[in-house]
Design a binder for this molecule. Structure first.
Ligand SMILES: Cc1cc2nc3c(=O)[nH]c(=O)nc-3n(C[C@H](O)[C@H](O)[C@H](O)COP(=O)(O)OP(=O)(O)OC[C@H]3O[C@@H](n4cnc5c(N)ncnc54)[C@H](O)[C@@H]3O)c2cc1C
Length: 402
């Protein structure tokens, strides 16, 4: 419980905690030693149970089958589900689908909703988001080479993307492409829905992440668009509005990620404490008797609690005043919590000794895959610049003009 806990979320969280602990975490070993695809039948069965329990797509409005939670409430849900790498998927609120659902919800036409959003909400299909290109700095994505040229009633899409998360097995890619090259940089690109069965769409490879290629939902792909022809009606929003639409993904998306990071931290701290108590250096002398281990536990507890309050405070501000009003806080939590995550995971691994770097616990998986937390959704350095710029402005210094 914390000051942001509402009655309905207080009733919900223990149910989620139990379900994650009893139903999802037991599947982790098979995932860590096998593949996501091999686990899909069991995950499907769990997804069915989540639907029956009325907890499916908790982020969506009630009319769409969700729980109509505020962003702050969903943040707390995200923490619970984040305790396992499989949690969000089982509840159909996993990135990048959750971001695409939000985009389509706000900006899709009725036909686009029917074709793409509805099956996504039902969990019948998955999707991906293709913006970053290997040849250009993703930190400044206005620079891109992918184009969508209008020819009659179609767009012809050509381009090269990478880190298109979960493209393997996705039904469509929300694709950022230049449609208006003569406009100002942030008005050149549009979002276009490209079904992945469009001739010319090519999944080149799943990129190995620290040695782990992954598959299906749990992967990051390099993709190519070679003369992909899609109906002009697949344009999302207006031509040239791609970056404006992308902005809508960012505020809530960062809350989702940060609360998921906190869920990971809680699980890592739990594993660390259990191991510290159980592992004996000599009879009757567990690791927990050592002051350095106690220090790591205390530091982790303090950092996680601080992180949670910062994120929930930011989410509450977004709920009340919108994302723009919380711009600096959104940047602050993104780099702060990503670093807390890394520190806590590192201490948990160190406490586990050699076991910590095996896949016999979930720690090494997270260490491999969440190093990226300091890079995606804006690298640390970009967020720190946003924050410092605001602070220095109060001292009469304009970073932008330097
Ligand atoms: C796991 C993962 C999943 C991803 N999923 C997706 C996805 O689904 N769809 C998608 O389109 N993209 C995705 N991305 C791509 C992601 O958005 C980019 O990696 C990110 O924007 C950074 O771009 P870049 O990798 O090109 O790094 P660059 O922009 O080349 O930056 C390299 C480094 O330079 C430094 N730097 C950059 N800008 C500044 C600055 N202004 N000041 C100081 N230092 C700076 C930072 O340290 C940064 O890490 C994903 C990336 C990862 C790692």
């Amino acid at each position: 419980m914390n000051i942001f806990t509402t009655d309905r979320v207080a009733a919900l969280l223990p149910r989620l905690r139990t379900f994650v602990a009893q139903e999802i975490i037991p599947l982790e070993a098979a995932y860590l030693h096998g593949s996501f695809r091999a686990l899909e039948p069991q995950l499907e069965a769990l997804r069915g149970r989540v639907k029956e329990m009325g907890l499916w797509t908790p982020h969506l409005p009630v009319a769409d089958g969700g729980l109509e939670l505020t962003l702050t409430e969903f943040g707390m849900v995200s923490e619970e589900l984040g305790r396992s790498p499989l949690g969000h998927y089982v509840f159909n609120c996993q990135a990048p689908d959750i971001g695409n659902m939000e985009l389509l919800h706000q900006f899709a036409t009725p036909k686009q909703k029917h074709t793409f959003l509805e099956p996504l909400m039902r969990g019948e299909i998955r999707s991906c988001f293709a913006m970053t290109e290997p040849e250009f700095a993703g930190s400044n994505p206005v620079n891109m080479a992918t184009t969508a040229v209008r020819e009659g009633d179609e767009y012809v899409v050509n381009g090269h993307k990478w880190f298109t998360s979960s493209a393997d097995g996705s039904a469509f890619a929300v694709t950022m492409a230049v449609t208006n090259p003569a406009e100002a940089p942030h008005k050149r690109a549009s979002m276009i829905i490209v079904p992945t069965n469009t001739p010319g769409f090519q999944l080149v490879r799943n990129i190995k992440i620290m040695g782990d290629e992954g598959d299906s939902y749990a992967s990051h792909a390099e993709v190519r668009f070679e003369n992909c022809r899609v109906p002009a009606s697949n344009l999302l929003g207006k031509e040239g509005a791609g970056f404006a639409l992308a902005q809508h993904r960012l505020g809530p998306g960062r809350i989702h990620h940060c609360m998921r990071f906190i869920g990971i931290c809680e699980r890592a701290l739990d594993l660390m404490c259990r191991y510290a108590v159980a592992r004996e250096l000599s009879p009757g002398k567990p690791l927990a008797s050592k002051q350095i281990i106690q220090t790591w536990i205390a530091e982790s507890r303090a950092e996680i609690d601080a992180a949670r309050y910062m994120v929930l405070h930011t989410a509450d501000g977004i709920d009340k005043n919108g994302a723009q009003a919380m711009k600096e806080s959104i940047s602050t939590i993104k780099f702060f919590v990503a670093n807390v995550l890394q520190h806590v995971l590192d201490r948990a691994i160190q406490t586990h000794g050699a076991l910590g770097i095996t896949d016999d616990t979930v720690l090494a998986y997270w260490y491999r895959h969440e190093r990226a937390a300091r890079i995606y959704d804006g690298p640390d350095e970009v967020h720190k610049t946003v924050l410092a710029r605001t602070i220095l402005k109060q001292y009469g210094y304009d970073v932008q003009s330097a």
